[in-house]
Write a protein that binds this ligand. Structure first.
Ligand SMILES: Nc1nc2c(c(=O)[nH]1)N[C@H]1C(S)=C(S)[C@@H](COP(=O)(O)O)O[C@H]1N2
Ligand SMILES: [Mo]
Length: 298
């Protein structure tokens, strides 16, 4: 059972929760639980005893440096994001490059509901009920060529609107990347909503990446470009700090300049809890990293 504080439940959340429960029941009966191939997350495959983080915490404790490094200021500042109209370019080493409107994309690829843990390298975590499109579906439609080995993602760039981009806190635009195998993994999602509602601006509307086994900074917000390419992309955070590597798999054995990654604070809880390898998704993703060691995959 999901453990919820009754005060945090609003009608649309109850509906969403009922859907999750019905879906899990269906999967259990159909014997599909735990099958990576059908694209359901581990947190749904095992009895989920972790409480969902509240809507208020998910939408008012945000990292979105295009606006501010003050997590509590982002929700207000991001009011001017304007997620419509919005187009996303899928380009590079693909047989079917295209520029697609977000609403067209939502019609073509129906969103699924996924509950996943999000672990920030700063030492906090949340459990978030996303709505999203498996990235693999989008990439399969674009038909990567044999030359494609990496996927590069680029966030919107508009210093007139994104106040934080007037300062060089980071090298703008915010850029992220995955190997093609990571991008095709069934846990990798393009989120379009949370708690059954459209994605709030502060969470990266209208489309943001979710890679649950990696530190939160890989989950790039407000994406405008998805580019398939042969070379590993130069991404934003490794330029800014040696703590932030390209792979950035959650690893409790690691210790960076900011300290040990062995424990985390679940937002809404008082006591720290141990951090799990690959953020608890090791059984799904460890095979992507044969001989996984901290330094090679940082
Ligand atoms: N474009 C962009 N994407 C971003 C960030 C950012 O500053 N800009 N911050 C990252 C970091 S560090 C984290 S922890 C998550 C936070 O997502 P949330 O605010 O939805 O919890 O977004 C990631 N994606
Ligand atoms: Mo983060």
């Amino acid at each position: 059972m999901l453990i919820r504080r009754p005060a945090a439940i609003c009608p649309s959340e109850i509906t969403a929760e009922a859907v999750y429960m019905a879906r899990r029941r269906f999967l259990r009966q159909a014997g599909l639980l735990g099958m990576a191939g059908v694209g359901f997350s581990h947190s749904q495959a095992e009895p989920l005893t972790e409480a969902l983080t509240s809507w208020d915490d998910i939408t008012h404790y945000n990292n979105f440096y295009e606006y501010s490094s003050d997590k509590h200021a982002v929700a207000t500042l991001a009011q001017n994001l304007a997620p419509r109209p919005w187009t996303i370019s899928i380009e590079g080493d693909v047989a079917q490059p295209r520029v697609i409107d977000i609403d067209q994309l939502l019609r073509q690829f129906p969103a699924q509901q996924r509950i996943c843990r999000l672990r920030c390298i700063e030492g906090w975590s949340m459990v978030i009920p996303w709505d999203g499109i498996p990235l693999s579906a989008l990439l399969a439609a674009a038909q990567p060529t044999t030359n494609a080995r990496f996927v590069k993602f680029v966030s919107v760039h508009d210093p007139a609107r994104f106040y934080g981009q007037r300062r060089s806190t980071l090298a703008w635009p915010y850029t992220e990347g995955l190997t093609l195998a990571e991008a095709m993994h069934p846990l990798t999602l393009l989120a379009t909503g949370l708690y059954g509602k459209p994605l709030p601006n502060q969470n990266g509307a209208p489309l943001r990446l979710v890679v649950p086994w990696k530190y939160g900074f890989k989950s790039i917000k407000s994406i405008v470009t998805i580019r398939l390419q042969h070379e590993q992309p130069q991404t934003t955070w490794p330029l800014a700090s040696a703590d932030y590597g390209f792979f950035a798999n959650v690893d409790p054995r690691a210790s960076y300049g900011r300290g040990s990654q062995s424990r985390e604070t679940r937002i809404g809880e008082l006591h720290k809890r141990p951090t799990r390898p690959f953020n608890g998704y090791a059984s799904e993703v460890a095979h992507l990293y044969p001989g996984h060691d901290v330094d090679a995959y940082r």
